[in-house]
Design a protein around this ligand. Sequence first.
Ligand code: LMR
Length: 336
Amino acid sequence: MTNQPTWLVGAIAVAATLAPQITHAACDPGEELIRFSHVTAESGHPKGEAATLLANRINTELDGRACMEVYPRSSLFNDDDVLDAMLRGDVEMAAPSLSKFEAYTLAFRIFDLPFLFEDILAVEEFQASPQGQEMLLAMSDQGLLGLGFWHNGMKQISANVPLERPSDAEGLMFRIQPSAVIAAQIAALGAESQAMPFSQVFDALESGQVDAQQNTWSNIYTQGFYLVQDGITETNHGIIDYLVVTSSDWWQGLDDGLRAELEQIILEVTHERNRFAFELGELARMRVRQDGGVIRRLDDAAREEWVAAFAPVWDQFRDEIGSDLIAAAQAAEGGI
Ligand code: LMR
């Protein structure tokens, strides 16, 4: 880490001690309260920006009938307890990453297969296919309903040692999301993994509880992970994408007209904000670089080594995920 700007270090330290920032509308009695819980930054981040736009539109266009409060940065719930909270009626909407749904469905495991999706356009196309749209209903028997997919970006690997080839990761302890496919990736590197909530990752990296993690540029920048890592290796080996999720009971209990209008607003916000996910990621990558973060790009030979290192993961999960589904995802590689 070189040229680390003091303002940023200071800002991160201050942010850690401040009360969480909450985008609260002044909800009036009689309005349908919609609490939206998420774990990332509220600005400069695809999910944070989408949640803010959603709240702004609902609070303007449905004023008097509905009111959305956004709780960013895990200020209401962590991803590992938000779905239970939703089923209890303690929160109405969230957008956890697709790797966080293992306890409810295995349908999203496909999104964690390494080097399956070339880019977010391929993810978008697969999600728009009949197989992708069916996944919105994957948890309907458990009372959870998907309302749309929000994009973040491709995953990179950061570590507290220079990481160029897969063998450099051997023996490291990685923080991971709670996904068996991701755990298998780390095992394939000869490394160890520990699942932990997003809100704990910075401290765990800083204290050395874990050595490494994998995430998107917008998460690496807005959480300041690059400040406490040797560098970031641009593997683009996986994706982080989100499911906007709600409780089926709560959703079905809404007045028909209100539900239809909410559905339309969510659709429009999804289209609008998903177009900017890539740009926000690139901006974050540039900021990491400008702040002195070390970015290691892979040449073709090194990329092939990473692809080969992760290949056993495909063998482990191919049957369970289903060759047909994998073929449908691969067919989306042409882009749109
Ligand atoms: C993570 O836990 O690393 C991400 O899923 C966080 C997020 O919501 O982007």
